[in-house]
Write a protein of this length. Structure first.
Ligand SMILES: [Fe+2]
Length: 143
């Protein structure tokens, strides 16, 4: 069973955002699998590197969308994004820094995967749905 399980309650109705969220779930599961399957430490590093890159890309998309619709909570939402990026990059730096025992890296990947899965689920339901609702009210008839 994958760690991050997609569910209808995460659907925003905005196709680009939903596609990106699903891809983030996959990226988290890849990182989690790197730990569970005891793959090479490089796989854990690469999964985390991908997660960091793709999260940044996704946040850029969301922030551009919020800007475009004049979402009043943009600054607050951006801060949540920035806080997560800080944590991901700090963990990435640690993982890239190398570990004396390979398993340390795997444990670390597991910790990061759990943290990211939990963060994403809450963030979508609590923060993202805010701009989604705002976008719907702004543009009736659009998802
Ligand atoms: Fe967001």
């Amino acid at each position: 069973m994958p760690l991050a399980v997609w569910s209808d309650r995460y659907v925003t109705g905005i196709p680009e955002i939903d596609a990106q969220h699903k891809r983030l779930f996959q990226a988290i599961n890849r990182l989690d699998a790197a730990y569970r399957e005891g793959t090479e430490e490089t796989e854990a590093q690469e999964s985390l590197a991908f997660l960091a890159r793709y999260t940044l890309e996704h946040f850029d998309t969301e922030e551009a969308l919020m800007r475009a619709i004049g979402y009043p909570m943009l600054e607050f939402h951006q801060k949540e994004h920035a806080d997560l990026m800080t944590q991901i990059l700090a963990m990435k730096a640690k993982l890239d820094g190398g570990f004396q025992v390979p398993l340390d890296g795997a444990d670390f990947a597991a910790h990061m995967a759990n943290f990211a899965a939990d963060w994403l689920a809450h963030h979508i339901n609590e923060a993202d749905m805010g701009y989604v609702q705002f976008a719907k009210e702004r543009q009736p008839g659009r998802p």
